[in-house]
Design a protein around this ligand. Structure first.
Ligand code: 26Q
Length: 755
């Protein structure tokens, strides 16, 4: 009898064939955990700690089976028992422990760190509900708590616990762990998530995401904070961050001591990569612990910490940089506030005339990025363009002080999830065409030999079509929407933010709607799909979702237009939906205002899976364009330098663009009779007002260019042979974006765990 069949009997007292999908999921969870339990941990003198407020891990069953090398075997055992692994995969709930790109990046990195046998753990928080679940009501986003701990999970409780001292009380943590097996590796790492036993889910009000913000003991790890972007956030965010980093620092000190560190040499035993500034309080917290509990002087502690910590920046939006009023920090963690004031003294003494690099500003706010830059050994951006902008403008003053600290690490994605798990059809093609070990070396360039081979191009087309079928099933099961047959599938999936310019694609849809109404019918039907959440406090982003949902309804109900154009907004977009969408897409929308998207990682997922990119030269799009060449990508819009200059001069005039004859009717449609008949006047009017008067992220500046670019892309789709040739080149060149390459670079340039 197979171990899985034994486990079924032992757990449920019934044979595997009689179990529900939910029960089989539990059996496979135990089966996988028995195996990872037996794996030894990676070992090395210096260990990496990747600290992040977010780990958007997605479902883990498939990727664990893949990494352990038993996917096919398990599938066969299930099949022999009349069970379907595909259905069991659906039964697993997805934990939403991240907002978007930054959280998903952390999850891809954990997979690559383990797969490269680097000794490195993730450290974060165990949110009971994660980010809110998005539902649509009256064509608007509503938010609900998203439970994931109400079914068996990958978490294992540990005996590790630390006291975390806040101003008026001390809380004791509990550490939970998720094993992270590497691909085809004997040893493993862990994701270590701290939690608080006293958290009380009963304080959530009804089916909302509202709860008593004052009851810290009951709410600390209840929810993940949405990315409010331009909202400073509340005290609770400081409580959460400090709880995370105090636990992390105590864990790191304990593990380093156990390996023989005297803590002055902490950097020989630990390297701490902080994922944006959310964990930046770890710098003063280390100083507190080393000076109070371990007899280091302030100067010794400061030096040890600075040599141990490395900082990754993920944004250049000034309004998204964390700046905490000192009064807040004093109210929550006064000892940390005192240390931050000491750090401020150090910088004032060193750089007395440079207001721009101070730790505490004239309004008595602590700049977390400034702390992270001064008191770390490395500062990296996440794509070549992003790092250049940091050096040349946003962080220029710091770059002049610390030129050697700055470095680039272009993001990547794990090919285990985004290729091997998500697109088995494409893997079969690779097995057929490539003679190298592509699963490990991620070199697909051998495909280029088949650019003119009609059979290969036809195979790529077939793979895409079967992925479209899978997407159709997914959309129907999840929200009862029927995807059009034979449509070109054009996808924009990412958090809703004005700089990402979903509103510009909505204006394109209006253009296409009016064009079809005027009798200009597209040759192939077009389906435009959006997915993404908007932070509940981000009103304009909610208004943009409302506009899209209204357009979707208007078009679906219009028999003149619906055969040619379909607009779908995926409800509760998450990692699982992403896996279905990137593999089925023909067109990848990467249309941020140039200079604003640090990197993007969805762009890489689409490229790898054979979608062509419509984009501005922003973030990692620049590197994609360089790799595939201008014939194999659709580029439009103003350059990053032009936009940086425009912000500097303040010369952008939304009104002037609005008044252009090609633009005004599209923008006015937002408040025209068709939309007003369906939607909420206040939302539509506010959005119209914003776009015509402010348009801070300049949707109108690139709109005409965008429309023309999209028409070219749709036209190119009509020539099937040349389209799939372009697709082939994109797939063949995607190897660069493996997160294994990214992690190898972090290891060689920053972490040095193997030295
Ligand atoms: C800050 C303060 C208070 C509350 C929330 C936040 C907060 C939370 C999450 C601020 C930012 C985030 C997330 C940022 C993020 O996902 N950035 C993305 O990181 C990706 C990985 O590097 C890049 O590819 C994207 O370009 C970048 O937008």
């Amino acid at each position: 009898m197979h171990r899985i069949e034994e486990l079924a009997l032992a757990t449920f007292d019934r044979p595997l064939k009689d179990l529900s999908d939910q029960e089989v999921y539990k059996v496979l969870l135990d089966f996988v955990q028995d195996q990872t339990q037996a794996q030894p941990l990676n070992q090395s003198k210096r260990k990496l700690y990747y600290i992040s407020a977010e780990f958007l891990i997605g479902k883990l069953l498939t990727s664990n089976l893949l990494n352990l090398g038993c996917y096919d075997e398990v599938q066969a055992v299930l099949e022999a028992n009349g069970q379907s692994l595909h259905d069991v995969e659906k039964a697993e709930k997805e934990p939403s422990l991240g907002n978007g790109g930054l959280g998903r990046l952390a999850a891809c990195f954990l997979d690559s760190i383990a797969s490269l046998e680097i000794n490195g753990d993730g450290v974060g928080l165990n949110y009971h509900f994660g980010l809110f679940r998005q539902v649509f009501k009256d064509n608007q986003q509503a938010s609900r708590p998203d439970a994931w701990l109400d079914q068996p999970t990958w978490l294992k409780p540990s005996t590790i616990s630390y006291p975390v001292p806040f101003k008026d009380f001390t809380l004791k943590s509990t550490l939970y762990e998720i094993d992270v097996p590497g691909y085809q590796q004997a040893s493993k790492n862990r994701l270590r998530l701290f939690d608080l036993d006293s958290v009380d889910e009963a304080i959530i009000e009804g089916e909302s995401i509202h709860f008593d913000k004052e009851a810290i003991k009951k709410n600390l790890t209840l929810f993940l904070y949405p990315d409010d972007s331009d909202q400073a956030g509340e005290l609770l965010r400081i409580y959460q961050q400090y709880f995370m980093v105090s636990n992390a620092a105590q864990l790191i000190i304990d593990e380093s001591l156990a390996k023989g560190s005297n803590l002055k040499d902490l950097d020989e035993y630990a390297v701490v990569q902080i994922n944006d500034t959310h964990p930046a309080f770890i710098i003063p917290e280390f100083i507190r612990l080393l000076t109070q509990n371990h007899d280091l002087s302030f100067e010794e502690a400061l030096e040890a910490v600075t040599k141990t910590v490395a900082f990754t920046n993920h944004t250049i939006l000034a309004e998204a940089l964390e700046k905490w009023p000192m009064a807040y920090i004093e109210a929550v963690i006064p000892e940390i506030a005192a240390i931050i004031r000491q750090l401020d003294q150090v910088i004032q003494a060193k750089f007395p005339d440079q207001a721009a690099v101070q730790v505490i500003d004239a309004d008595d706010r602590a700049h977390m990025a400034h702390i992270a830059i001064h008191f770390s050994k490395s500062v990296n951006g996440v794509a070549a363009l992003h790092t250049d902008i940091l050096k040349d403008s946003e962080l220029h003053d710091f770059y002049l002080i610390y030129p050697d600290k700055f470095n680039n690490k272009t993001n990547g994605i794990t090919f285990r999830r985004w290729l091997m798990a998500a697109n088995p059809g494409l893997c079969d093609l690779f097995d057929d065409k490539l003679s190298n070990n592509w699963r490990l070396d991620h070199d697909f360039t051998g495909l280029l030999d088949y650019q003119d081979d009609l059979d290969t191009l036809e195979q790529i087309k077939q793979i895409k079509e079967s992925n479209k079928e899978a997407l159709k099933e997914f959309l129907y099961d999840n929200q009862g929407v029927t995807l059009h047959e034979n449509a070109i599938i054009d996808v924009q999936i990412k958090r809703f933010h004005e700089y990402k310019r979903q509103q510009m694609l909505a204006l394109y849809i209006i253009h296409k709607y009016l064009d079809i109404k005027a009798g200009n019918l597209p040759t192939s039907p077009i389906t435009i799909i959006f997915g993404g959440k908007a932070a509940p406090a981000y009103i304009i982003a909610q208004d943009i979702i409302h506009l899209i949902l209204n357009l979707s309804e208007l078009i679906a109900k219009d028999p003149d237009v619906s055969p040619y154009l379909q607009v779908i907004m995926v409800e509760n977009y998450n990692v699982t939906a992403c896996e279905k969408l990137v593999t089925a897409a023909d067109i990848s929308e990467q249309i941020s205002l140039a200079s604003k998207e640090a990197s993007g990682t969805g762009n890489m997922k689409f490229m790898l899976n054979g979608a062509l990119t419509v984009c501005t030269l922003d973030g990692a799009n620049v590197e994609i364009a360089n790799l595939v060449g201008e014939d194999n990508i659709f580029i439009f819009g103003k350059s990053s330098q032009e936009i940086v200059d425009l912000y500097a001069s303040g010369d952008y005039d939304a009104q002037a663009y609005y008044q252009r004859p090609a633009i005004q009717p599209l923008v006015d449609f937002i408040v025209g009779p068709e939309m007003m008949a369906i939607g909420q006047a206040d939302r539509l009017e506010r959005l119209h007002q914003d776009i015509t008067t402010k348009d801070w992220f300049m949707a109108l500046i690139d709109l005409e260019d965008f429309i023309q670019c999209k028409e070219e892309a749709y036209l190119a789709y009509q020539d099937s042979r040349s389209w799939y040739q372009k697709t082939l080149v994109n797939i063949a060149k995607a190897g660069y974006f493996s997160s294994d390459r990214t992690i190898q670079q972090y290891e060689e340039d920053i972490w040095h765990t193997r030295d």
